[in-house]
Design a protein around this ligand. Structure first.
Ligand code: SF4
Length: 913
């Protein structure tokens, strides 16, 4: 066995991972104690990484027009068709759509080929959907896309403001660091600003449940409050910041009384005043913001409203201070560094950066090429698909992302893809929604196989080290792009033998003529100190924060400590912000505000996390979170199925009634695709309203209607893996969700219309499945049925008709399927228990709370009743919450809930006495 130090491929925290590899298999993973992002911690997604691997479901051979081919044919065809398209329609008919999942080296080579050699500016990335507004906000204020803080600042702050960020679920290790820091420093305060009560509120000293979209008004109000209370740092502003008067004047255009701001944000004036007072009176403040701010049609302004307050109070460039945008994806930052956004050129140079076009041309030696570098920015993500729709872009190469699911107006995106004459997809998984639109499919390597670097949210570059050989004929993205480039005649410029050579070129470009042009000023992104590493040096590269150059050979933890910014004048800018509400309008037909986001145990479109059954257990089905009043008004109850109708489609999911949801607002997760459910793509609900500066879609502010689905029947079908390929039941169901178990597949089904007869289940089962029902038990009066199909003594399928709340814990049945997969027949006692679905005496553990130790809600509640009334006591008894800690907020809620029930019971008892 040997160990490999690498990084987690999920969120922007960028945790270090130690992987144990034995006989070409990754057996276990643990947190890297020495990695400064996580110091040994991992969340549940990170700690399940080894469970998401394996060749099953992987793409292993290239395909052209649906036919498997060898690599030579595939690469020749890609090059030929790109060249043909360019010849017939010009360079600007070519485009690429990349992903924050790519490594920096892959990104660099793709950017160099498309912009530098193919001469098209249309290369954008799915990072546009999560942090483009943060980029635009930083650039306007600081002159560079530069996150000023480190994770340590979060721990050193006296006040931490989480705004538009459910850190507990989306960046769990960082949340754990914050939680620990707060325990160590009782004076630290945390304010959570979010329309939803989320698990992050567990650490909050103050929660502000503001009206969706009112963030800019809130922070403009804070700026005005600071000015009025003489809390502006006038010395700092005079020395380092421009635009102060304009920003204050813009803030003053609205009524700046606490009452007016509170009314506009739908907040309690006293709570608002407390927040303003805390912020204004503390120097060491970190405001951490994420998609709740960025995914808005005025996201850039919201970012600047936050940055304004930090600049105005001199609250940055200090330990424990700064406006801190945290990225969603593992390498969104790396993509930003190489120029992977359509409005960037390369290495933090934009098209309008003085001298940049000439500099990049000379660096890449493309001066004599025709066409050479484009001279103006290309289409940003959504606009790129509009250009495909119009027929202007004729060839699209998508790498490591799934725009058929994640963009707004997803059905329109699918239509554009279907119309595009050439769609090339580089992908590691064999069954994403996008592949249906691909003319050419190129099998790419995946996390455990890839070698390169990533940059996390605190500008820390870490090595991701390959430890397994790619399966079949899968290849690395940088190699694939280089091979195509060579066939297009650019072999010399793409003759990389190893990602270390690409990194070296990237590092050299970052320092190339950096700071020599007085008009352009200096480029903050400079890793020239890492240029010239040999293979050993690259392999051994320790995590380091940029800039890394002659002035900072060991990297830079915090930016702007000297008050010098990356603008030509060296001064930061306060921006005048005029708050604007969401563009998607509520109406009588669609009266509810739609919020979208992530859940704790899933990642993006579930192509990887969906392979780990234990990660599916926390939230097994697509859901709709709704306030009790709205549920009542719509006639839907908790755990019932319902439909959301949006501008461009609908969404089916199970209702979760929650008091922490604001009235008038619903929440749905972003993860489900057509692979996992009948209709739960949130992209279909959203209209494409974009931030005019960043091009980021307004994904947090849809407008929807909620109605009950009201099926005639609901059923749970478990089928052995080898039968799961035939899914006739999907055709019959109005709703379905597929949930992988360890040894079988669970299908949650619903069909018919309320009031209709449920139909003849036994003949339905004969139609659906190749093995006829062997055992069944019917209760027609209650509309209940349990049945099972057994062949050669082995369990093939199991069915329960009735709501999923009546399901037993599925561990015992899954074990029966495991035995069947090994060819073992059911024992007689097991056969007798089959319709019950559980072993005699087996307690149902209820919905899963702790994914690491597979501890269910029922077990936790029982332990609480037994006297384990603290997180520590529950951990000691059941081990829940003792590994990644992501479930601790849920444990706390359960403890509180049970205490509440106990108090209510006592009161009732007294009244009865
Ligand atoms: S917090 Fe979790 S998902 Fe994010 S990088 Fe760390 S282990 Fe991975």
């Amino acid at each position: 066995m040997h160990q490999v130090r690498t990084t987690c491929p999920y969120c922007g925290v960028g945790c270090g991972v130690v992987a144990d590899v034995e006989d070409a298999t990754l057996t276990t993973v643990s947190g890297d104690q020495d990695h400064p992002a996580n110091y040994g911690r991992l969340c549940v997604k990170g700690s399940a990484l080894h469970e998401t691997l394996g060749e099953g479901g992987r793409l292993t051979r290239p395909r052209v027009d649906g036919v498997e081919v060898d690599w030579t044919t595939a690469l020749d065809t890609v090059a030929q068709r790109l060249a043909d398209t360019r010849r017939e329609h010009g360079s600007h008919a070519l485009a690429a759509y990349l992903s924050g999942q790519l490594l920096t080296e892959d990104y660099y080579v793709a950017n160099k080929l498309f912009k530098g050699f193919l001469g098209t500016p249309h290369l954008d990335t799915n990072s546009r959907l999560c942090m483009a507004s943060a980029v635009a906000g930083y650039k306007r204020a600081f002159g560079a896309d530069a996150v000023p803080c480190s994770y340590e600042d979060l721990e050193e702050a006296e006040l931490v403001v989480l705004v538009g960020s459910n850190l507990a679920w989306n960046h769990p290790v960082l949340y754990q660091r914050l939680r620990t820091a707060k325990t160590r420093n009782p004076l630290m305060r945390v304010v959570v600003i979010d329309p939803r009560v989320t698990d992050s509120c567990e650490v909050a000293d103050l929660y502000l449940g503001l009206a969706p979209g009112s963030d800019a008004r809130l922070f403009n109000g804070l700026l005005a409050f600071m000015a009025e209370r003489k809390r502006l740092d006038r010395v700092y502003l005079a020395g380092h910041v421009d635009g102060v008067d304009e920003a204050l004047a813009a803030a003053a255009e609205d009524d700046c009384s606490l009452e007016a701001i509170a009314a506009d944000c739908d907040l309690d004036p006293e709570a608002l005043q407390t927040f303003y007072y805390w912020f204004a009176s503390q120097l060491h403040v970190v405001t951490l913001y994420s998609q709740g701010i960025n995914q808005s049609s005025s996201g850039t302004d919201k970012c600047n409203a936050i940055i304004n307050c930090h600049l105005a109070g001199g609250k940055l460039g200090l330990p424990g201070a700064g406006p801190f945008s945290i990225t969603g994806q593992p390498n969104a930052m790396g993509g930003r560094e190489v120029g992977g956004l359509a409005n960037q050129l390369a290495a933090h140079m934009d098209y309008d950066t003085p001298g940049a076009l000439d500099r990049v041309r000379r660096f890449w030696s493309t001066e004599t090429l025709t066409p050479t570098l484009p001279e103006a920015p290309g289409h940003k993500a959504f606009a790129l698909f509009e250009a495909i729709e119009r027929g202007e872009v004729q060839a699209l190469w998508v790498m490591a992302t799934n725009p058929a699911v994640s963009l707004p107006e997803a059905n329109r995106i699918r239509a554009a893809l279907a119309k595009c004459p050439l769609v090339i997809v580089s992908e590691c998984m064999a069954n994403t929604d996008l592949l249906a639109y691909a003319d050419i499919v190129l099998p790419a390597s995946s996390w455990a196989e890839k070698d390169g670097t990533v940059t996390n949210s605190e500008r820390r570059i870490s090595r991701q080290r390959g430890m397994l050989a790619p399966p079949g004929e899968a290849r690395h993205d940088w190699w694939i792009i280089g091979q195509v480039a060579a066939r297009l005649g650019y072999g010399e410029a793409f003759a990389y033998r190893h990602p270390g050579e690409i990194f070296d070129e990237h590092a050299r470009l970052s320092g190339f003529e950096n700071g020599r042009d007085a008009k352009a000023g200096f480029r903050l992104f400079d890793i020239s100190g890492l240029a010239g590493l040999d293979r050993e040096g690259y392999d051994a590269l320790a995590p380091i924060q940029w800039p890394v150059n002659a002035a900072a050979p060991r990297g830079t933890a915090r930016l702007f400590e000297d008050g010098r910014f990356a603008t030509p004048s060296g001064r930061a800018r306060l921006l005048p912000v005029r708050p604007r509400g969401p563009r998607q309008a509520l109406s009588e037909a669609r009266p509810l505000r739609l919020n979208t986001g992530r859940v704790r145990d899933q990642w993006h479109t579930m192509s990887r996390t969906g392979r780990a059954p234990r990660l599916m257990n926390h939230r097994a089905e697509p859901f709709i979170k709704v306030h009790p009043d709205d549920a009542l008004a719509a006639g839907v109850g908790d755990a019932q199925l319902a439909r959301l109708k949006g501008a461009n489609g609908d969404y089916l999911g199970r209702v979760r009634v929650a008091k922490g949801q604001r009235p008038g607002e619903v929440f749905v997760p972003m993860h489900w695709t057509d692979r996992f459910s009948k209709r739960a793509r949130m992209g279909g609900l959203l209209e494409a309203h974009l931030d005019p500066l960043s091009g980021q879609p307004e994904s947090k502010h849809g407008a929807v209607a909620l109605t009950p689905l009201a099926p005639a029947w609901e059923a749970t079908l478990l089928v052995a893996d080898d039968l799961a390929t035939t899914s006739a039941w999907c055709e019959a169901a109005r709703y379905w969700a597929r949930i992988p178990l360890d040894h079988a597949e669970r299908w949650q089904l619903a069909g018919g219309k309320a009031g209709e007869a449920p139909g003849d289940w036994l003949s339905r089962l004969r139609d659906w499945l190749p093995v006829a029902p062997t055992l069944w038990c019917d209760d027609p009066a209650r509309g209940r049925l349990r049945a099972a199909g057994v062949a050669d003594g082995r369990l093939c399928w199991w069915l329960m008709v009735g709501p999923p709340a009546e399901l037993p814990g599925l561990g015992w049945l899954d074990a029966c399927f495991a035995a069947a997969a090994k060819g073992l027949p059911l024992e007689e006692t097991a056969r007798r228990r089959l319709l019950a679905g559980c072993d005699a005496g087996e307690a149902d553990s209820g919905p899963l709370v702790c994914s690491c130790h597979q501890v269910g809600q029922q077990a936790i509640v029982t332990a609480i009743h037994g006297g384990d009334t603290s997180v520590e006591a529950l951990g000691a008894r059941l081990a829940c919450g003792t590994q990644c800690g992501s479930c601790i907020p849920e444990l706390k809620s359960l403890i509180e809930e049970e205490a509440c029930h106990a108090r209510a019971d006592q009161k009732l008892e007294k009244q009865t006495v």
